[in-house]
Ligand binder design. Structure first.
Ligand code: SF4
Length: 334
């Protein structure tokens, strides 16, 4: 196994005005070098907030109240959670960068795209002169399979998929180890979506990148990622290799989530959505957060929150009272 690039332990993010309202609640994640990890779950489950916390880009209303974020570097593990805003700025783009949902609309419409990418490079790598930055722009166009001659074009001369390639070029500009993709293909048609995902996959292998892919679309994760973590109400409720989680989902939420996706070649009718709505973080209830929507809930679920348990032989974990796996020793439970 490759060494870990990113280790997240107990990440908790809450509202500043109401610290009991946890948007992310004790999240643990491990991402190895060269690996693609998918973060799945309904909108509002804390996926994007987790990513923004990793980048030190939380909105003003939120604050990280607990947790450790360790990024492996050539000088050893670096604790991101202790960095100042200035220290975090040095990490963003150079080590960790992000491709946002709909980001392709963020390009300046009156500036040639090559100039925009060159300016971004020189902002983060002031040691490069203009010629070196231009050479890098040429290389980046090659990497995202765009003709470098098109660096002189304006954003409106590119299709949506090509503009998303430009955003990937921007994310790659400073040679990061990790790219976080937050619904990077949501605004695109299915064929373009496929091409962008294939490109990300090829780049991961060519450049030995790690990818954290955030999406509500489980079929995208199945095709693109090695491992998946499923979030519900701010917590990771199940995590493991894609084959394990998709082939033998253990948490009732994962089971319902997978069942609510249409199967390829299955009947041409929409599968049933999960009834009910996620809980309000401002009014937390005791017990399992999924209990009001869970088809398998028992009395205990409404009183005690389940702790994470691990499969005895596989790297598969889940949080549910009804798992057939052994419970952790009391001091290991969280
Ligand atoms: Fe359902 Fe209970 Fe498991 Fe929660 S702990 S997912 S309510 S069975």
């Amino acid at each position: 196994l490759r060494p870990p690039l990113l280790t997240v332990r107990g990440l908790t993010v809450a509202r500043k005005d109401l610290p009991t309202a946890r948007i992310v609640d004790g999240v643990d994640l491990d991402l190895r070098r060269g690996e693609a990890l998918g973060l799945a779950g309904e909108s509002g489950c804390g996926k994007t907030t987790t990513a923004l916390a990793l980048l030190g880009l939380l909105p003003d209303a939120l604050v990280r109240t607990a947790g450790e974020l360790l990024l492996d570097t050539e000088h050893g593990p670096r604790p991101l959670h202790t960095l100042s805003p200035r220290g975090m700025r040095a990490v963003r783009w150079r080590r960790v960068s992000m491709v946002f949902q709909g980001a392709m609309n963020a390009l300046d419409p009156v500036m040639r795209v090559g100039d925009q990418i060159r300016e971004a490079i020189r902002l983060h790598r002031p040691e490069l002169d203009r010629a070196a930055a231009d050479a890098r722009v040429h290389e980046l166009f090659d990497q995202v399979r765009l003709d470098p001659a098109r660096a002189r074009s304006y954003p409106h001369e590119f299709s949506g998929g090509q503009r998303q390639r430009l955003m990937i070029a921007l994310a790659l500009a400073c040679g990061p180890d990790l790219i976080i993709g937050d619904e990077p293909t949501t605004a695109l048609d299915v064929i373009t979506q496929r091409r962008i995902l294939d490109l990300l996959d090829e780049l991961r292998r060519e450049l030995d990148l790690s990818v954290l892919l955030i999406t509500h679309d489980l079929s995208v994760l199945a095709e693109t990622c090695d491992r998946v973590a499923v979030m519900y109400a701010g917590r990771v409720v199940e995590a493991g290799d894609v084959d394990q989680v998709y082939g033998s989902p253990q948490h009732p939420y994962t089971q319902r989530l997978l069942a609510s996706f249409p199967a390829v070649g299955g009947p041409r009718e929409l599968p049933p959505p999960i009834p009910g709505a996620p809980p309000d973080p401002a009014a937390p209830e005791p017990g399992c957060a999924f209990a009001p929507r869970c088809h398998a809930a028992v009395d205990r679920c409404r009183a005690d929150a389940p702790t994470a348990r691990a499969h005895p032989h596989e790297s598969h974990t889940a949080r549910c009272h009804l798992l057939p796996w052994p419970a952790p020793a009391p001091e290991a439970a969280r």
